[in-house]
Design a protein around this ligand. Structure first.
Ligand SMILES: *[C@@H]1O[C@H](CO)[C@@H](O)[C@H](O)[C@H]1NC(C)=O
Ligand SMILES: *[C@@H]1O[C@H](CO)[C@@H](O)[C@H](O)[C@H]1NC(C)=O
Ligand SMILES: *[C@@H]1O[C@H](CO)[C@@H](O)[C@H](O)[C@H]1NC(C)=O
Length: 223
């Protein structure tokens, strides 16, 4: 802009005194302005570089801290009594679910975990396990137990349907886990989040988990 403004003056004036008149103050000011522009540009460049570096740092931090949700896998589910087709043979359910924290830097604080076994959308038993515990990064914790007695409530009607399903070769259950969890990154702890996992599992005629469902992963939700 400035150089365009300056040109017509020079061409119309065309003589030395006029041009000289310019030079003293004008060029000094111009050099000063140039310097100001340069300093300004430098500051801008430094600022943008810093912004860029902070962006990269944030991205790297996010990549390394990015929390993976907890992972649950069903290792075992069996109803030995079902294999014998005999309800009075003290029906009980054996379960084994692994809870994995696959994070590098994030720990999990679990409150008690409630486990329920559902059959046709109805609970047939359950209990609360693993009292509040901390799960460190890269840890796998086993949630295993036996439901029987008071923790198993199979009605006569449900048992008849179970046995009927068993004769067809497959009985489908769903293991439900629910708890609340806090995430820990360094010394920072998140607030509590309600977590729910649902694991559909099929049991064969022998009352044991189908080989294809072993190590099956559960769906995890935060509520
Ligand atoms: C059921 O189990 C009980 C106890 O194990 C046994 O005494 C009974 O004979 C069994 N009944 C059948 C039909 O297998
Ligand atoms: C549960 O399953 C895991 C993985 O297969 C196994 O290592 C562990 O011994 C099992 N625990 C129980 C109590 O069955
Ligand atoms: C995972 O954590 C539990 C509870 O702190 C501990 O008993 C278990 O040994 C740990 N497992 C591994 C593989 O470190």
């Amino acid at each position: 802009m400035r150089s365009q403004n300056e040109l017509p003056i020079q061409s119309t004036a065309g003589n030395h005194p006029m041009k000289r008149h310019h030079t003293a103050g004008y060029y000094a000011r111009r050099v000063k302005e140039n310097l100001t522009t340069r300093v300004f540009k430098l500051i801008c460049a430094i600022f943008l570089t810093m912004l860029f570096l902070v962006g990269i740092l944030t991205f790297v931090l996010w990549l390394s801290l990015r929390p993976h949700r907890p992972r649950f896998h069903v290792q075992e589910l069996s109803i030995p009594g079902l294999g014998q087709g005999n309800r009075s043979a003290k029906a009980h359910i054996i379960f084994n679910v692994t809870a994995r924290n696959s994070n590098q830097n994030v720990g999990f604080y679990y409150d008690a975990i409630k486990i329920t076994v559902n059959y046709r959308d109805q609970s047939i038993g359950g209990e609360t396990l693993a009292f509040p515990f901390y799960q460190e990064p890269k840890n796998t914790t086993i949630l295993a137990g036996i439901l029987g007695g008071n923790s198993l409530r199979v009605t006569a009607g449900q048992w008849r349907r179970l046995v009927a399903d068993r004769w067809r070769g497959v009985v489908v259950f769903s293991i439900e886990l629910s708890s609340t969890i806090r995430f820990k990154i360094s010394t920072w702890k998140s607030k509590r989040h309600r977590i729910h996992a649902t694991c559909p599992v099929a049991v064969g005629a022998d009352g044991s988990i189908l080989a294809t469902d072993k190590d099956k992963s559960c769906q995890v939700y935060f509520i």
